[in-house]
Design a protein around this ligand. Structure first.
Ligand SMILES: [Fe+2]
Length: 285
């Protein structure tokens, strides 16, 4: 069966039919997926039953894999983070612990891996364990958000750079520097990236934002934060957002260079586990 993209929200987000990563994926299929990512930003693959090795083999065809070594949320696997309420063995994360505090920031609009250089380019998330009514994950179309900005503002911000830091997003939720491991403090210094990215495949521009941005390089901190807050509010209006309702064994993948996303709150007792892996850009951004 040939691969098919079924749009879910106009030209943003699509369901992919005819692709099962557990049986191996040929290079020409990867090229089709790349085209799908460039067209739709977020891809939904239903009923994906596969092990970690298949997920890793799949994602590695898109670029250099992210090494999942953030000490606060590390799992046993070198390339996976467990998102949700339990680890890979089904053991609940300790309440109030560093892992829970760190993951709480997923409720803020962000792009994965933007506090790294090169940053994450493509992320994928596999629903392993879901509660009966899973909380949706929301995605914002930063390309449409860019297109909708007034021309004067586009001109003003194109060329500016924001500084991305894990500490900044976590501080918004009350996490203090002391709660970070020394390893993370040493290995994750803040990184600057442009506020506007250009997609070489489509030629289109997009905002590149995240809760991780602490300030705009070369600007007074307050002025830069006000600009970023204004852009974030603009880019996350409902008209730019696709909300994904999870089903068991969904595999979502998205292009971090022109989408933002956030988790929505979940307070249920039923365990929840989604396994994240990703690849980085091949060059600094
Ligand atoms: Fe994320």
């Amino acid at each position: 069966m040939p691969m098919e993209f079924i749009p879910l929200r106009g030209d943003f987000a699509a369901e992919v039919r005819g692709l099962h990563i557990g049986v191996g994926v040929a290079p020409e299929q990867i090229e089709s997926v790349e085209d799908g990512l460039a067209r739709f930003g977020v891809l939904v693959l239903r009923n994906q039953c596969h092990g970690d090795d298949a997920q890793q083999a799949f994602i590695e065809q898109f670029g250099p894999p992210v090494v999942a070594n953030l000490k606060e949320i590390k799992s046993r696997h070198p390339h996976f983070y467990d998102i949700g309420t339990v680890d890979e063995d089904g053991i609940p994360f300790p309440p109030g612990g560093a892992k829970e505090s760190f993951l709480l920031a997923n409720l803020l609009w962000h792009t994965d891996g933007s506090p790294m250089q090169p940053p994450t380019r493509v992320s994928c998330l596999h629903a392993k364990v879901l509660p009966p009514v899973p909380p949706p994950t929301e995605y914002a179309d930063m390309r449409a958000a860019w297109d909708a900005l007034p021309a004067g503002l586009q001109q003003e911000i194109d060329g500016l750079r924001g500084e991305h830091s894990y500490y900044h997003s976590r501080a918004k939720l009350g996490m203090t520097q002391e709660q970070f491991s020394q390893d993370t403090l040493n290995s994750r210094p803040p990184q600057e990236h442009p506020l506007v990215r250009h997609n070489p495949r489509t030629g289109r521009k997009a905002l590149y934002l995240a809760a991780h941005i602490s300030h705009v390089a070369g600007w007074p901190v307050d002025k830069g934060r006000a600009l970023v807050d204004r852009l974030m509010a603009h880019a996350t209006q409902p008209r730019f957002v696709y909300s994904h309702d999870w089903q068991p064994n969904d595999l979502l993948m998205w292009d971090d260079s022109w989408t933002m996303h956030r988790a929505t709150p979940y307070h249920g007792a039923h365990p929840r586990n989604l396994r994240w892996s990703g690849v980085r850009e091949r060059a600094p951004v």
